[in-house]
Unconditional design. Structure first.
Length: 217
């Protein structure tokens, strides 16, 4: 049976959440403009798995209507009761580089205790590349969660703000090689004399991946 807008819409209206979840996945096979219109009902679905799948797809479908996508994703970010869906909304906002959401992302980072949401927000801020995100990324660098710290290192590199250099240099000697690897990536992006001096140290790192990343600069 071929997948059509009509068949997908029928599944989206099913009482079976499995049908609705399948419909969200089938939207990838439709024209993006049609899929964007159909996915709106799934974003408000009563089932968390359906909502999560739908909001996640907005990272690509949102290009069809960026202003509406901003409103839809902010609504999920602010009002959805599930942390996974909020995190997916943050991911999508970052992928679409909707910098208008920066204030909401910062507010949620400060007010949530869910590390998964914070992690997604830090990643989103890095993708957006807006210098106004620097203070929240600086705060994330001091998180008690190592994954958030590591993500913040990468995000600061993506931001390209030279103010990050003195914050990142102490991590050159971090015990975790994955942190050192992220630092090397960030320093390559930031550039400058201080970054180059640190990269020379990392180029001699005992872990090959770190040394190769630093030498590549």
């Amino acid at each position: 049976m071929s997948i059509t807008p009509e068949s997908v819409e029928q599944l989206l209206n099913s009482e079976d959440f499995g049908d609705r979840l399948r419909a969200v996945n089938q939207l990838r096979q439709l024209e993006p403009a049609i899929a964007y219109n159909l996915i709106q009902s799934a974003i408000g679905d009563k089932n968390i798995r359906v909502r999560y799948a739908a909001v996640s797809q907005m990272s690509t479908l949102g290009t069809q209507n960026r202003s509406n996508a901003l409103d839809v994703l902010l609504d999920s970010l602010r009002n959805d009761p599930e942390p996974d869906v909020k995190a997916a909304a943050a991911d999508a906002l970052g992928a679409l580089k909707l910098t208008e959401a920066l204030e909401d992302l910062e507010q949620l980072y400060n007010n949530t205790s869910e590390w998964l949401i914070q992690l997604s927000i830090v990643a989103a801020l890095g993708e957006m590349g807006d210098p106004k995100a620097f203070p929240i990324l600086e705060k994330a660098l001091n998180s008690e969660h190592e994954l958030i710290q590591t993500m913040a290192i990468g995000a600061l590199g993506e931001l390209g703000d030279k103010r990050a250099l003195p914050l990142l240099l102490p991590y050159v000697s971090n015990a975790d090689w994955q942190v050192r690897y992220r630092v090397a990536q960030a320093l390559v992006r930031l550039g400058g004399e201080q970054a180059e001096a640190a990269l020379k140290i990392l180029a001699k790192d005992e872990v090959e991946q770190v040394a190769l990343e630093a030498k590549g600069a």
